[in-house]
Design a binder for this molecule. Structure first.
Ligand SMILES: O=C(O)C[C@H](O)C(=O)O
Length: 500
């Protein structure tokens, strides 16, 4: 007779797994990323991958989050129909208890990113609940659990289509990825759910992202199924797009493409596409009567790349003038020192509402820089927790008004800017810089002081005044409106290889 799977096994296991994945990348991800780093020829992409690898190693040693976006909690539970459980609460209640406990863990608090009332006030629930759960009843007497922390930037780039049965899935995916931009923080993984119904396709795409990365082995042995053939074709074709790490142009955009399929209606070909970012985090365990045990990876897994020092021209944010701004070259690496402000989605919305009402902004942005970030809370002697950039594209619609009304001169974030924002940057002689998405712990080490100065009710979205020293960034849009996210990928795009 099988042994009892208790509530404590489930709740403790999920809570521990959430803590574990906040600071340990999956080993297969590091192996694949290290190989991509070794073979990358684009200098900017190599530099970005180096920072991601150094950050990952630092996070593993410091047991602090890889990325400031510690994700929404996604849990996939398969309950064996013969499993013996003593559960009395709903799965949602048990998983939420685990999430609450993991995200409030004193030694490594994680960022609460979930907002309630998505159509209304969007109030942060402050404990990162509720979790997203997929459940299945399967044969057997065990309970299988996969825990994943999914970043918002990559989730935002999800796409779905119902193709005609005669259409090419590969063509649709390549076309779609070519237009995704870099907000999903490549290099990462693309998950595809093909067939089923519309909801089934999306659920498959989400779940398949948790499968081990085995593209190197698949390329070596060759495809045996239609799904594997599609994976190989997409791996080659997506990487030939030249998007590269952080969209800077390079040879590796995806480390793997995972495909799940299911029978579908004769009239339909549903396809769901979900990217996973450079902060891919998930862990699987099985419960059959004992608490799960998680073994930390050995540090020899990571290439020893030192501290990933960036080098670059030093820029003093406290004496920023137009001549310095006009001298910035797209692609140039800078080390920023001085005072700047943080502000992301909710703070931008409020600031623009204040401008519309003719009110003064709560901070004086004239001649200053704003960093699009929502940091993790500090712990121990830290000044701030991991604090990497968020996707700037979401701030585009606020940018023209903010630049015009405040005299703001520099914006720091990640990924490309759209035409509207680039035009405003050019018009106001401003510039846009990027930090490496997914290198949050590393970036936080350049922050010397931090204090909230406005909108504290917004939690991690409050405005902070921070002081940085040698914060590494790259010029992404200069005062003339030239963008590295256009020039980089154009340079590294290759002809699509012909596959056998
Ligand atoms: O919320 C964040 O900090 C980042 C977000 O995941 C993003 O990539 O835009």
């Amino acid at each position: 007779m099988s042994r009892v799977v208790t509530e404590a096994h489930l709740v403790d296991g999920i809570a521990e797994a959430l803590q574990f994945i906040s600071h340990y990348h999956p080993a297969d991800f590091i192996t694949a990323l290290s190989a991509a780093y070794e073979s990358e020829e684009s200098e900017s992409a190599r530099h970005a991958m180096r920072q991601i690898l150094v950050n990952s190693r630092m996070a593993a040693i410091g047991k602090r989050p890889i990325c400031q976006d510690t994700g929404s909690v996604n849990v996939f539970i398969e309950v064996g129909v013969q499993a013996r459980t003593d559960w009395t609460r709903s799965l949602q209640e048990m998983v939420d208890e685990a999430a609450r406990r993991a995200y409030a863990f004193e030694a490594n608090p994680l960022r609460a990113s979930i907002v309630a009332d998505p159509l209304g006030a969007r109030r942060n629930t402050r404990d990162n609940t509720p979790a997203m759960i997929q459940t299945e009843l399967v044969a057997g007497d065990a309970v299988s659990v996969t825990v994943s922390a999914k970043g918002g930037g990559s989730e935002n780039k999800t796409k779905f289509a119902v193709l005609n049965p005669s259409d090419s899935v590969a063509d649709w995916v390549v076309e779609t990825v070519s237009k995704l931009g870099a907000g999903w923080c490549p290099p990462g993984v693309i998950g595809l759910g093909v067939g089923g119904s519309v909801d089934k396709a999306m659920a498959m795409a989400k779940k398949v992202l948790n499968e081990p990365l085995d593209m190197a082995q698949l390329r070596a042995r060759g495809a045996e199924t239609a799904e594997e053939k599609l994976r190989l074709e997409l791996y080659e074709r997506i990487n030939a797009l030249g998007i590269g790490a952080q969209g800077l142009g390079g040879q590796t955009t995806v480390l793997d493409v995972k495909v799940a399929s299911f029978p579908t209606h004769a009239a339909s070909l549903p396809v769901a596409l979900i990217p996973n970012c450079a902060a891919t985090r998930h862990l699987h365990f099985t419960l059959s009567g004992e608490a799960p045990v998680f073994t930390p990876p050995d540090l020899s897994l990571w290439p020893d790349l030192g501290l990933g020092e960036a080098g670059g021209r030093r820029v003093d944010l406290d004496t920023l003038d137009q001549a310095t701004l006009d001298g910035l070259e797209p692609g140039e690496t800078l080390l920023l020192s001085g005072r700047l402000y943080t502000g992301r989605d909710a703070a931008h919305r409020r600031m623009v509402e204040m401008i519309d009402r003719g009110e003064d902004l709560p901070v004086d942005l004239k001649g200053r820089a704003i960093y699009y970030v929502g940091p993790v809370d500090a712990v121990g002697s830290e000044v701030i927790g991991p604090a990497g950039p968020t996707t700037s594209t979401r701030m585009d619609k606020f940018t023209p008004k903010l630049l015009a009304a405040s005299g703001l001169k520099l914006m720091i974030g990640k990924a490309e800017r759209g035409p509207q924002a680039i035009e405003a940057i050019r018009e106001h002689g401003a510039a846009y810089l990027i930090a490496v998405g997914g290198a949050a712990y590393l970036v936080s080490k350049a922050i010397r002081s931090a204090r909230p100065v406005a909108f504290e009710d917004l939690g991690m979205e409050a405005i902070y005044e921070i002081e940085v020293e040698d914060m590494p960034v790259t010029v992404a849009v200069d005062t003339q409106g030239r963008s590295v996210h256009l020039s980089g990928p154009a340079r590294w795009r290759r002809d699509v290889p012909i596959l056998a």
